[in-house]
Design a protein around this ligand. Structure first.
Ligand code: BGC
Length: 441
């Protein structure tokens, strides 16, 4: 790796700590809740509230993030998110009551809502086109690592039941995230858009070399000149299509059920006959590791084979594995020996998600919008992502009651089919193009 790529990779790694916290803070509650429930004597509704508090914060925080990042800059907002992560993690660790804990978790949700938008956006804006996919996917990799680490921490503290430690440990990466962002530069595209041309050129030269930096500055300038002839939100055919792609992929990413697995995996394994908690936890760990490994594969492939091929192939795998997951539960009613099929289906499902809808959604929404409205447009898509996440989390158990276990997973498979057809006809290839070329449509 030459020096320029080294610099931009370090910048991406530090900002991806926002992704690590996203994964850790959404995953940690599944282990911690067992002990929180006992300490505060929570009933089922209160448990649901504590669990959903983070998602509620994300839903409330994500609409604000983009507008603030367009106004104040990407770096400042990431610094703010890091501070919020730190304070809210400590607040929840010290919570003397369930109400305090719930409120603290809403603030953590705010920080996740912010970083889930600004981290991929910041990386996309500093990355050279040839490795942009890989660098933005580092954020998704960090999310999956955060989830596995949260399972591991939950497991390590399960004998002592120390949920304060489980929640409070998030302060450590939060502080490193903040210190890292303090030393990282602002996004050159944001700077240029705000009249700070010299600074933008200096940063671009540092990350892409002198020759490429000059070419990119010219492209950025042309795209800004062009955008002056239109209103920022003028609904050109491309912007309409890009908004539809962002919103629909956001919804598909969640309504195909990924977080039923991430949040409820031990329970799904119990359905499949893995009745001892330690076996269910082990199986959950395996799923988490498959998620990380498959994300590494996508990191390696995304700039080579492109976004579209990965998306379509992975979606196909998700549909097949959801169907077979449904079958495993369907036939389980007749024979109890299908636990292995459940485990394999879940592994294929998570791996397929990790090479497609997982990274490709976050990457595309950081690439397809014009710089002048990128933050706000990403906010819209991300808001839909968190709102559908909340919807799935709140309806999974009810769906199982109405449709049965097989029916629920077949329902997610049917949504997968719609997502495949949508992607086939509407999702563009953005590999190797500059952000300015992509915004021309
Ligand atoms: C999704 C999360 C999900 C995670 C799992 C992300 O891309 O947005 O909702 O929990 O992937 O790896």
């Amino acid at each position: 790796m030459d020096n320029k790529n080294y610099y931009v990779s370090i910048a991406s790694l530090f900002s991806a700590l926002g992704g690590l916290l996203f994964g850790y803070d959404t995953g940690v509650i599944s282990g911690a809740i067992l002990f929180i429930r006992k300490d505060f004597s929570l009933n089922d509704n209160e448990i649901e509230l504590v669990i959903s508090a983070v998602l509620l914060g994300c839903v409330l925080g994500s609409p604000l993030a983009g507008a603030l990042a367009d106004k104040f800059g990407r770096r400042k907002l990431l610094l703010f998110a890091a501070a919020l992560f730190t304070v809210a993690s400590l607040l929840t660790a010290l919570a003397p009551s369930a109400l305090w804990l719930g409120i603290g978790r809403v603030f953590i949700g705010f920080a996740i809502g912010f970083s889930s938008i600004i981290t991929p956006l910041y990386i996309a804006e500093i990355a050279p086109p040839s490795i942009r996919g890989r660098l933005v996917t580092l954020n998704q990799l960090a999310i999956t690592v955060g989830i596995v680490v949260s399972y591991l921490v939950g497991y390590l503290y399960s004998s002592s039941g120390n949920w304060s430690m489980m929640l409070g440990l998030a302060a450590v990466p939060s502080i490193i995230f903040g210190v890292g962002m303090w030393y990282l530069p602002e996004s050159p595209r944001w700077l240029y858009n705000h009249g700070k041309k010299e600074e933008a050129l200096i940063i671009l030269t540092k990350v892409h070399g002198e020759k490429t930096a000059k070419e990119e500055i010219q492209e950025i300038e042309m795209s800004i000149e062009e955008s002056k002839t239109k209103k920022p939100w003028q609904m050109t055919p491309w912007l309409k299509r890009a908004l539809m792609i962002g919103i629909c992929l956001a919804v598909f990413q969640q309504l195909t059920g990924i977080n039923t697995v991430i949040y409820y995996a031990p329970m799904i394994f119990e359905f499949a006959g893995y009745n001892t908690p330690s076996v269910a936890i082990l199986a959950t760990g395996i799923i988490g590791i498959v998620n990380v490994l498959a994300t590494i594969v996508s990191l390696w492939l995304i700039d080579k084979v492109g976004r579209r091929k990965l998306l379509l192939t992975g979606l196909f795998g998700m549909i097949l594995s959801l169907l077979s997951l449904g079958f495993s539960f369907h036939y389980m009613e007749m024979t109890s020996h299908l636990g292995w099929l459940t485990l394999i289906s879940l592994m294929v499902y998570v791996a397929s998600f990790a090479i497609s809808l997982g990274p490709v959604f976050w990457l595309l929404v950081s690439e397809i919008y014009p710089t002048s409205i990128r933050g706000k447009a990403m906010s819209i898509a991300t808001f839909f992502n968190w709102a559908s996440n909340l919807l799935v989390a709140l309806t999974f158990l009810t769906l199982i009651n109405y449709l049965g276990r097989p029916g629920t997973f077949w329902f997610y498979a049917a949504i997968g089919v719609v997502a495949w057809v949508f992607s086939y006809f509407l999702v563009p290839e953005t590999k190797n193009k500059t952000l300015e070329q992509i915004e021309k449509g």
